[in-house]
Design a protein around this ligand. Structure first.
Ligand code: GDP
Ligand code: MN
Length: 387
């Protein structure tokens, strides 16, 4: 789960990580009292879950009240297109109004999980303010990586390595140390999977300040952080993914046209490989779970049918706990009640498979029933032109 900049900064403020003063608004008329409170210049920033807002026109430094009003009016409600939003862009529903900072240096700082080494990695660079991928491509020597073993935690030598690499003065080195001594525990406590401050700026008065904040929380940990789960904004969620979550299905939307219903995450991944091997593209990942009921299958079916892009459905189930006859009944029930017209390929194997196939065959529905993965690929190949 990604947090909005204003949400991340509010959490930063709570733990004493320095951020500019500011507030979030969703209507231009809320701006005037803020101009009095924060003074000028101000920065007006679009709150969308995508990077590159500055280049896309979603971040504006304004020096007068009328400029501020114009910027807020323009940005609120706009479809902001950035390098990360895709062509349609994202609707801006909130803007952050912040004190404009007099910036002398823009640094880059992030914390990530290094899965290969099972460590936390802190990345710093003197080239803040631009995409780190660009820095990595152009001048990789300007990227500093510091590995932190989570069992040992953040140590003095990690901090010195960073401060040295960033060529910070003794004063700024102490500030960076103090900031990281709050940021590292923040990363661990909130089960972050990524945290990026770009830019981390040096102000004209010599202070470090987090001018931007991108925080991603591991969604699997949200049960431990109900206060974070509550921050999710309905507009940011894919409606189908939200619906799937509500009915307890493990569903991820993808870009293709072949809807899939599979039991078990491993088989679901393999199924997507099969679809691609056949030259088609999956419309989703859907794991109905090892013990899914006929009712779950029906719910999954309805979910796929409500996705306009789905042109065909591939059901790939190994009946273990979920017996094939129960699956078959779920499929028939769902197909009847939804008035299904799309082509459906069913590959079924496992417990009660004969009974399952009999139920499907006698249902009167036009289903393509296959028993091996090779047959499934052949049938999918016939469907690939449905894109
Ligand atoms: P992003 O483009 O989505 O990463 O948004 P940022 O919050 O990083 O803002 C983009 C750029 O706007 C920053 O790299 C800064 O150069 C500039 N910027 C943001 N806030 C301020 C500010 O308070 N003062 C000044 N002078 N520039 C700012
Ligand atoms: Mn940024």
């Amino acid at each position: 789960m990604h947090l909005h900049e204003y949400q991340a900064k509010a959490l930063f403020r709570e733990v004493g990580i320095p951020v500019p003063d500011g507030q979030v608004i969703d209507e231009p008329r809320q701006l005037l009292p803020l101009i009095d409170e924060l003074g000028l210049p101000l920065v007006i920033k679009a709150q969308v879950l995508a990077g590159g807002r500055g280049k896309g026109g979603g971040v504006r430094l304004v020096r007068t009240a009328s400029e501020a009003q114009a910027a807020a009016t323009e940005i609120l409600g706009m479809e902001l297109v950035t390098a990360q939003t895709g062509d349609q862009g994202k609707t801006v529903r909130k803007v952050m109004v912040e004190q404009g900072i007099d910036i002398t240096r823009e640094l880059y700082l992030s914390l990530l999980i290094d899965r290969d080494r099972a460590e936390i990695v802190i990345i710093g660079s003197q080239d803040g303010g631009m995409a780190i991928e660009e820095v990595a491509a152009r001048s990789p020597e300007r990227i500093i990586r510091v590995q932190v073993n989570p069992l040992i935690g953040l140590q003095g030598y990690h901090l010195r390595q960073l401060a040295f690499g960033l060529e910070l003065s003794p004063q700024l080195s102490r500030e960076l140390a103090s900031l990281l001594q709050k940021l590292y525990p923040f990363f661990m406590t909130y089960d972050c999977s990524q945290l990026e401050i770009n830019p981390l700026v040096v102000t004209s008065t010599g202070q470090l300040l987090a001018v931007d904040a991108k925080v991603e929380i591991d969604s699997n940990s949200l049960y431990r952080h109900p206060e974070l789960a509550a921050l999710a904004e309905p507009d940011d969620q894919d409606p189908l993914e939200a619906e799937a979550r509500a009915i307890g299905l493990n569903y991820i939307r993808l870009d293709g046209t072949i809807g899939t219903i599979v039991n078990g995450a491993g088989l679901a991944m393999a199924t997507m490989d099969l679809i691609k091997q056949a030259g088609a593209e999956p419309a989703n990942f859907l794991d109905v779970g090892g013990g899914a009921s006929a009712e779950m299958i029906e719910k999954g079916f309805r979910l796929l049918l409500s996705d306009q892009r789905v042109r065909a459905i591939f059901i790939n189930i190994f009946g273990g706990i979920l017996r094939c006859d129960a699956l078959a009944r779920g499929v028939v029930q769902a197909a009847r009640s939804t008035g299904l017209t799309l082509p459906v390929i069913v590959r079924m194997e496992g417990t009660n498979v004969d009974e399952g196939r009999r139920i499907l065959a006698e249902s009167g529905l036009t289903l393509t029933i296959v028993s091996t993965l090779t047959d499934a690929v052949r049938e999918l190949t016939n469907l690939k032109d449905l894109q």
